[in-house]
Design a protein around this ligand. Structure first.
Ligand code: CA
Length: 368
């Protein structure tokens, strides 16, 4: 991709000319003016998302990220957000960023498992890490380096830009009293969760969020998971299914991601590159806090105002799902070298933190 494609406006020709002069007359006024003009270069990026525009938590998280990049850069890098289907369909976001149709994407890593088999490890794994533990792995446990390595062959650099916290098990129109009730079940459940459902006899379907309500209501699917109380309430899924199950065994702390086109990123000056990276980190913290703060309120509304039948999966069902989850993860690790490398890191990290979580934050959660 041509670097100039990412550069807006007339400022660039003058800046380039002055910088050329700077090379000949280092330290002169022209050199200083040239550097200053370079700082005035402006860039206009597009961000395509897998979410409907302004969708609570996820779409608003994309808006937040775009806004802070614009603010932190003083308008030198602006990012225009497109909801799903506005520029490209939800599940074509990865492809759009890879081809440079958009410089950034906003979605979930597990949507891309067909392209990068290891990608689901960077969103969440069944019965795995909480959001807080996941952030530890990304920033200080070797996760970020592996994340970048896995996407590098596709010309994309990914960053964690949010976490949904622990999700819900989903919406069902029939009761799940034993593992047999999962057999033949057609359920929207992406990533590892879908593979696990297949292992226990169900049929996973991956359809974008915007189509869930209709699919559940007209019986195209028997059940769906989406996110957690805040998002599920916003979609009105309680109007399309009878039972709301917990826990979200398949998504204990789902990380969301930004995709950044490597060439577009490389065309930025160093300070704008730093702004993109730090903005992603700030967006990550902000979205996680948003979900944590609002899920409780939404759950109360679902149960008390909408009369939702909230119920846990039976222990026997969870035990079987956990057994199948281990099989799915180990099969994936055995089939793909990058997946094996990521799983080795992640499983070692889980071993390292589970003891301190159990006697740390978990101790208080269990006693409130
Ligand atoms: Ca989900």
């Amino acid at each position: 991709m041509d670097r100039r494609k990412f550069v807006k406006g007339a400022g660039i020709a003058g800046a380039a000319g002055l910088l050329a002069a700077c090379g000949k007359q280092a330290g002169t006024t022209e050199c200083v003016e040239g550097a200053s003009a370079a700082r005035e270069e402006t860039f206009e990026w597009k961000m395509v998302t897998t979410w409907p525009r302004d969708f609570p938590g996820l779409g608003t998280g994309a808006n937040y990220l775009a806004n802070i990049i614009g603010e932190m850069s003083g308008g030198r890098l602006t990012v225009k957000v497109y909801g799903s289907n506005e520029l490209v369909p939800a599940l074509e976001v990865f492809d759009a960023v890879q081809r440079g149709v958009a410089e950034m994407g906003h979605g979930g890593a597990y949507y891309w498992k067909g392209v990068i088999p290891a990608s689901p490890f960077f969103s969440t794994i069944p019965f795995g890490l909480t959001g807080a533990e996941m952030n530890g792995w990304f920033y200080h446990g070797g996760g970020m380096e592996l994340y970048h390595e896995a996407y590098a062959p596709h010309g994309i650099t990914p960053y964690p830009i949010g976490n949904s916290g622990t999700q819900m098990g989903g919406w069902f129109n029939k009761e799940i009293n034993s593992v047999d009730d999962l057999a033949g079940l057609k359920m929207r459940i992406p990533g590892f969760g879908g593979e696990v459902l297949k292992k226990v006899g169900g049929t996973p379907v991956n359809i974008p969020g915007g189509e869930l309500f209709t699919a559940l209501q007209n019986g195209t699917i028997d059940a769906t998971e989406w996110v957690g109380p805040m998002n599920d309430l916003a979609f009105g899924l309680f109007r399309a299914a009878k039972h709301y199950y917990y826990p979200g065994w398949h998504e204990p702390g789902t990380a969301l991601e930004a995709l950044v086109n490597q060439e577009a990123f490389g065309a930025l000056p160093a300070d704008l590159q730093a702004i993109v990276k730090v903005a992603c980190q700030a967006a990550n913290a902000d979205m996680y806090a948003d979900f944590e703060a609002r899920n409780g309120e939404a759950l109360k509304s679902l149960v008390e105002e909408h009369g939702v039948d909230l119920r846990p999966f039976p222990d026997e069902v969870l035990a079987e799902l956990k057994r199948a989850s281990t099989e799915v993860i180990e099969e994936l690790a055995a089939s793909d070298a990058m997946a094996a490398k990521v799983w080795a890191s992640l499983s070692a990290y889980i071993d390292r933190v589970k003891g301190s979580t159990a006697i740390g934050s978990q101790y208080f959660v269990d006693r409130r």
